[in-house]
Design a protein around this ligand. Sequence first.
Ligand SMILES: C[S@@+](CC[C@H](N)C(=O)[O-])C[C@H]1O[C@@H](n2cnc3c(N)ncnc32)[C@H](O)[C@@H]1O
Length: 446
Amino acid sequence: MVEKLFRERPPGADSTILDPGCGPGAFVAGVIKWCQRHDRAIPSMLGVDSNPVHTAYSRQRFAEYASVDVTACDFLSSTFRTFDYVIGNPPYVSITSLSDVERSRYRRTYETASGRFDLYLLFFEQSLRLLKPNGRLVFITPEKYLYVETASPLRRLLSRRGVEELHFLSEETFEGLVTYPLVTTVDGGASASGTCVIERSGGRRLIRPLVNQTSWMPFIREASQKSSVVRLEDVALRISCGVATGADSVFLLRTAALTPDLAPFAHPTIAGREISSTELPSSEWSLLLPYDADGRLLPESKLGGLGDRLRDPARREVLLGRYCVGSKPWYSFHETPPLKDILRPKVLCKDIGAKPLFVVDHEGAIVPRHSVYYIVPAQPERIDELAEYLNSDAAANWLRDHCQRAANGFLRLQSHVLKKLPLPPSLESLASQLEFDVAGLGRRSA
Ligand SMILES: C[S@@+](CC[C@H](N)C(=O)[O-])C[C@H]1O[C@@H](n2cnc3c(N)ncnc32)[C@H](O)[C@@H]1O
């Protein structure tokens, strides 16, 4: 794992390395050994572990190395600086071993704390946050995160950063402790042309970058097949229905009527009926969002002018009358808007129409309403090419053959159908090169 960490990018004396959940310091020792073997200065290293017995031992073990620091704290609840490298063997602790307080604390602060989560998912998320943009991370975990539904937020985060390598290890690695271990190397720069898969049998293949959030196993398994159709979902970070507030009348306001105290919460928005050509309509309405740019619900005390507006008795009654919000705070939306994905360059289309029409939001400023679908391409610089194809006769014919019909014969688009839209060969490279030989022999198929 240390070799993977420093492959073609050795550390300098001023590099910084994090080992979250360092235990007795196996990786710290590994890095020191590597540096000694390669005659390099030992970089600055931080080991973090919540178990004071481990940290006391590690501190003593590395006492002679001034650049090694070991801290006893909860890695998931502490703040740190950013690092050039992260290497780790995070704890595999299922949700069932956590207290109610821990569960709800983690759910509040971690995207990956969804469903029946495991702590290693959260360690991944926190470590990705702490990794510098050009940094590299190497983690050993169960391979399960590649396909379980619970790990789909992690797959989304990883696909944004870029997975350089997936190395499936022999099942005996941990003598029965972890089934199906996997070493994941994350490196945005190195993964641009694909992910290297090293199988348990030792075989190596380069597969196209892992972009969507559904199970990655089909990509990994099918990569050896000669060619596969590239579909819209393969080139998109997200294909979803727009924001459902459960009370549009309360959260919508004409942009011209915005007051300065509401402006910080306002985002331009469009509804499906406003899309009537392939040109982006100019938005005259704003959606007031009680969420921050990361999609987290703001506390009521931070709502300012929006809070005053929502507390107006008539509006508050509408909000409280929404059955859909259930146990969430009274001013939250029906569904939490994934703003990190929404506020990006994207293609928009209305949910029902005589023919599908796609428009481009180049700036990524628009928050689409529930009657609009949005497609966030993994390569925004080629968004116009993608939109041109989506508006072509070929795409329209395929959608006509696969979409449901509304009562008046109009097409009813749905995200699960949009995701399966096949792309022409000219757009296959949006999912990057399909299949390469790792040895550098170039494109083999398709
Ligand atoms: C799988 S062990 C790995 C130990 C070491 N990295 C190795 O490979 O030998 C996971 C470590 O994470 C630590 N740990 C568990 N929960 C933690 C938390 N919330 N914050 C920091 N460390 C934690 C455990 O004490 C344990 O030492």
